[in-house]
Design a protein. Structure first.
Length: 255
């Protein structure tokens, strides 16, 4: 699942690239490449990415307000309640979107201070569910640094202990947590997590993603978790092999 899907007109690609870089600095995952891989169709690739995104930024410009694709993607995001519009140019959005406040990025430049961009970051965080850390927080006359978040799942697992839990299935309506007792990294991005149930998770690491298979006294299953921006916890699903139904799973950090 991608954090942010950006809908825009191809003519605005250069400006969108700067926005993508600025958002990636907040450690959000972005889908914005409109090129469809060989063998994929729009429905199977871009439409799937759109439906999976936790937040959809629609960039309004002179080109995008007349784009059928952008308007269709904006409608989808509006219906799901994940639409965050921005203005690249001083234009009037299409009918149906004029009552939705858009972040004014007409004068915004990457690296420059902008209250409109700062507000956009907070608006995105409100939709995605992750609030980016500020560089520091002020307490009276003193400035207290905010602890830096790990840069990767590997760093997070190496630096912190986690509880792994799930709900549903045999424990319907409950949550069972087992502390992760050992983390072993292997070549090729593989990682092994042993937890106290007892059991082992053999998984691969991606950006803020932990996915693989697990085994414990109850049998084997599949697991996929996505960490929050600050790596304080992860949410996702697990299921028994051979079964289609997925159950909520999560990891919570403790120190």
């Amino acid at each position: 699942m991608t954090d942010i899907f950006i809908s825009y007109a191809r003519e605005d690609e250069a400006r969108i690239r700067e926005l993508v870089h600025a958002l990636e600095e907040k450690r959000w995952s972005i889908f914005w490449d409109r090129r469809i891989p060989t063998g994929k169709s729009w429905q199977s690739y871009i439409a799937q990415a759109l439906s999976d995104a936790r937040c959809v930024i629609v960039a309004w410009s002179h080109h995008s307000i007349t784009s059928e694709w952008v308007i269709e993607e904006a409608n989808d995001a509006k219906e799901r309640g994940v639409l965050v519009p921005v203005l690249l140019e001083p234009v009037r959005p299409p009918l149906g979107f004029r009552g939705i406040q858009a972040a004014d990025l007409t004068e915004w430049k990457r690296g420059c201070s902008s209250p409109y961009f700062d507000q956009l970051i907070q608006d995105i965080a409100g939709v995605v569910g992750d609030k980016p850390h500020r560089p520091s927080e002020t307490n009276g006359s003193q400035t207290t640094p905010v602890p830096r978040s790990p840069n990767s799942v590997r760093d997070a697992l190496a630096a912190y202990k986690y509880n792994f839990g799930w709900s549903g299935g045999p424990q319907l309506g409950t949550e069972t947590f087992s502390p992760v007792t050992m983390v072993t990294f292997a070549p090729g991005g593989r990682v092994s997590l042993q937890y106290a149930r007892p059991g082992t998770i053999e998984a691969s690491l991606e950006e803020r993603m932990l996915s693989g298979t697990w085994k414990d006294s109850d049998g084997e299953g599949e697991l996929k978790l996505r960490f929050t921006t600050d790596f304080s916890h992860a949410e996702g699903w697990w299921k028994y092999k051979g079964q289609e139904e997925k159950y909520p799973a999560l990891m919570k950090r403790f120190e």
